[in-house]
Design a protein around this ligand. Structure first.
Ligand SMILES: Nc1nc2c(ncn2[C@@H]2O[C@H](COP(=O)(O)OP(=O)(O)OP(=O)(O)O)[C@@H](O)[C@H]2O)c(=O)[nH]1
Ligand SMILES: [Mg+2]
Length: 367
């Protein structure tokens, strides 16, 4: 297989240059913002592949200029990358949807620019091509892409388990993810504003200041507050407040090495079928870090994913990647520090709009 990178100011220009050199059979393997070390060659990099090297039409090849050498090096690195990602099958057996000028290739590029994982972006673009044909125009392909993305993740902006009488909700997640702030936003929006009696419980036994933060919110909001330092105390607090319509439990932000400190609490929350645990994650984290956090916090048995800091990232790919990978529904989104304004129930259209507009914005920025 012959794989080569093309750099230019825009994805379209790089594709055009690649198309000229590699011919109409070239398949798009990857499109992305050029890595820092090769950005002087162009802001955008596209990697094209052919089953065999193109035949030279001009006979003699000119001696490569230094920049050509650098291009070759970058191409080589891409080749290794592409092989490592086992994209070979896509490049060799890929249907026409990856042809550089097709709307489906454009969809693929948009998704990758939005940091959707390569396998998921491929899956979506392939399904779009199968549905509308690789020759469809962009608006049709985009509409089909929305439908395909929609099928691949769930949303559920409800609080509490359906079967449970009272609504008991816990938030868990990495340090600083936004758990306590989000809990306060939920307390206002789904408790006070809906005239439901609310109790806030802090199970954050690790740092005194952490419980104080929630205590302060409870005082401002005029709702009950309890500090529950052990699972036993938490069980008692839940029993005491069982008449409340909404009980919100905050937990400590445990970093990797400290997770053991939360093992008892995790086991307790996991075992209680009446507690709806949301895993709070920053949408601005890299996909791989989100996956690692999801795996570590699985001991808490979270049923839903709640994403914060949407105001800090233009790329919603990681949100969709994780929701699609885990099939856990996304519950709420937050996009700022303001309590309670910066909280919204997750909807598919909000997430897909964000996803596609951030891909388009990245393309525009690169142009
Ligand atoms: N920009 C932005 N900041 C946020 C968002 N949500 C929370 N924050 C801020 O993030 C910081 C940490 O929020 P906390 O709610 O204390 O986070 P936490 O997960 O409870 O932190 P620990 O208890 O220390 O693990 C605060 O300054 C919040 O105002 C958001 O959606 N966007
Ligand atoms: Mg906190």
């Amino acid at each position: 297989m012959y794989v080569k990178s093309f750099f230019a100011a825009t994805v379209e220009e790089a594709l055009a240059e690649g198309g000229r050199e590699m011919g109409p059979d070239a398949l798009l393997v990857q499109s992305r913002r050029a890595p820092r070390e090769s950005r002087h060659l162009g802001e955008c990099e596209v990697v094209l592949a052919l089953a065999a090297a193109p035949r030279s039409t001009s006979g003699e090849q000119a001696a490569p200029a230094p920049s050509m050498l650098e291009r070759e090096l970058a191409a080589l690195r891409c080749q290794v990358d592409a092989m490592r990602r086992s994209l070979t099958h896509a490049a060799v057996a890929a249907p026409r949807w990856l042809a550089p000028s097709s709307a489906t290739a454009r969809i693929f590029t948009l998704l990758v620019e939005a940091e959707v994982s390569l396998p998921l972006a491929e899956q979506i673009a392939e399904a779009v091509a199968a549905g509308v044909g690789p020759g469809a125009d962009l608006p049709r392909a985009l509409a089909a892409a929305r439908a395909e993305i929609e099928k691949r993740f769930e949303v559920d902006a409800t609080l509490g388990r359906e079967a449970a009488a009272g609504r008991v909700v816990a938030v868990t997640g990495p340090p600083g993810a936004g758990k306590t702030t989000t809990l306060a936003k939920l307390a206002v929006t789904y408790g006070l504003a809906a005239r439901r009696p609310v109790a806030l419980i802090s199970a954050d036994h690790c740092r005194i200041a952490a419980a104080d933060q929630l205590r302060a919110y409870a005082a401002i909001l005029g709702v009950s507050f309890e500090l529950a330092e052990t699972p036993r105390a938490l069980a008692q607090a839940l029993e005491f407040h069982r008449g409340k319509e909404l009980i919100l439990i905050d937990t400590p932000g445990l970093a990797g090495d400290d997770l053991d400190q939360g093992a008892d609490l995790a086991a307790f929350l996991h075992s209680r079928q009446d507690i709806d645990t949301h895993l709070v994650l920053s949408a601005s984290m890299k996909s791989a870090d989100i996956t690692r956090a999801v795996e570590r916090f699985e001991i808490f048995g979270p049923a839903k994913l709640l994403f914060t800091r949407l105001d800090e990232t233009a790329m919603l790919g990681p949100v969709v990647n994780e929701a699609a990978r885990t099939r856990k529904p996304v519950s709420f989104l937050t996009a700022g520090q303001q309590v309670p304004e910066h909280l919204e129930p997750a909807t598919k259209s909000r997430i897909i709009d964000g996803l596609l507009s951030c891909g388009a914005a990245a393309e525009r920025a690169a142009a």
